[in-house]
Design a protein around this ligand. Structure first.
Ligand SMILES: Cc1cc2nc3c(=O)[nH]c(=O)nc-3n(C[C@H](O)[C@H](O)[C@H](O)COP(=O)(O)O)c2cc1C
Length: 180
C-alpha cells in the first residue's frame, strides 16, 4: 500500500469515527443559530468567471501576513469559480444592506450576473468586486485551499482594504438579520 493509500485509509477511518461520535446535523445547526455573526458578501472575478455569495463563515487568521479564511460549500455554484480565480474580496455588510445579503444568498432568485445590479461595486487590487457601502472590504489572494467535510476553506492574504462610511454593521442571529 502506498503512502497516499495509507493516508486516505486513515482519513476515511477518522471520518467514520468522527461521524459515529458527532451530534445530529440539525442539532448542530440549531446550536450555530445561537451564535451571532457578521454578514459578508464574498466576491470573485477572473478567468473562472464572476460571482459572489453571502457568508458568515469568515474568520481572521493572522496579521503577519494579514490572512483570513472563508468557508464555502463545495456544492455551491461559486465554489469552482473561486477555485479557478484564486482571488476574492470579503465585503462586510452594513445595517440596511439586507437586500444585498438576500440577493447573494440566492433568496431573490435573480440571475448570477444580475446580483451585482444591487449596490455600487469597484475593483481594488485583485479585480474582485468591492462593495463601496461595505463597513469594510478586504481584497485577498488565495494562499491555500483545504477541503474539510462538505466545505472548501479558502485562506487569503489581504492585498487591499476599503473602509466604507462609519456606521452599524449587519449581523445574523437566531436566523434573522440584526444590527450592531
Ligand atoms: C446569512 C447567511 C450566511 C451564509 N453563510 C454561508 C457560508 O458561510 N458559507 C456558505 O457556503 N454558504 C453560506 N450561506 C449560503 C450561501 O449564501 C448560498 O447558498 C449561496 O447561494 C451560495 O452561492 P451560489 O449561489 O454560488 O450557489 C449563507 C446564507 C445566508 C443567508
Amino acid at each position: 500500500m502506498s503512502w497516499i493509500d495509507q493516508h486516505e485509509d486513515m482519513a476515511g477511518a477518522f471520518e467514520a469515527t468522527a461521524s459515529a461520535r458527532s451530534v445530529e446535523p440539525t442539532l448542530f445547526r440549531e446550536a450555530m443559530s445561537r451564535l451571532g455573526a457578521a454578514v459578508h458578501v464574498v466576491t470573485t472575478d477572473g478567468p473562472g468567471g464572476k460571482t459572489g455569495f453571502t457568508a458568515t463563515a469568515v474568520v481572521s487568521v493572522s496579521d503577519s501576513p494579514p490572512t483570513l479564511l472563508v468557508c464555502l460549500n463545495r456544492g455551491a455554484n461559486s465554489a469552482p469559480i473561486l477555485r479557478g480565480n484564486r482571488v476574492f474580496c470579503v465585503n462586510t455588510l452594513r445595517a440596511g444592506d439586507e437586500l444585498i445579503a438576500d440577493t447573494f444568498a440566492g433568496r431573490t432568485k435573480v440571475a448570477r450576473d444580475a446580483r451585482f445590479d444591487v449596490g455600487e461595486w469597484k475593483k481594488l487590487a485583485t479585480g474582485s468586486p468591492a462593495l463601496m457601502s461595505a463597513v469594510v472590504a478586504l481584497d485577498c489572494r488565495v494562499s491555500e485551499v483545504k477541503a474539510v467535510a462538505s466545505h472548501d476553506i479558502f485562506f487569503g492574504v489581504v492585498e487591499a482594504i476599503h473602509s466604507g462610511p462609519p456606521g452599524e454593521a449587519l449581523v445574523y442571529h437566531d436566523r434573522a438579520y440584526k444590527r450592531v
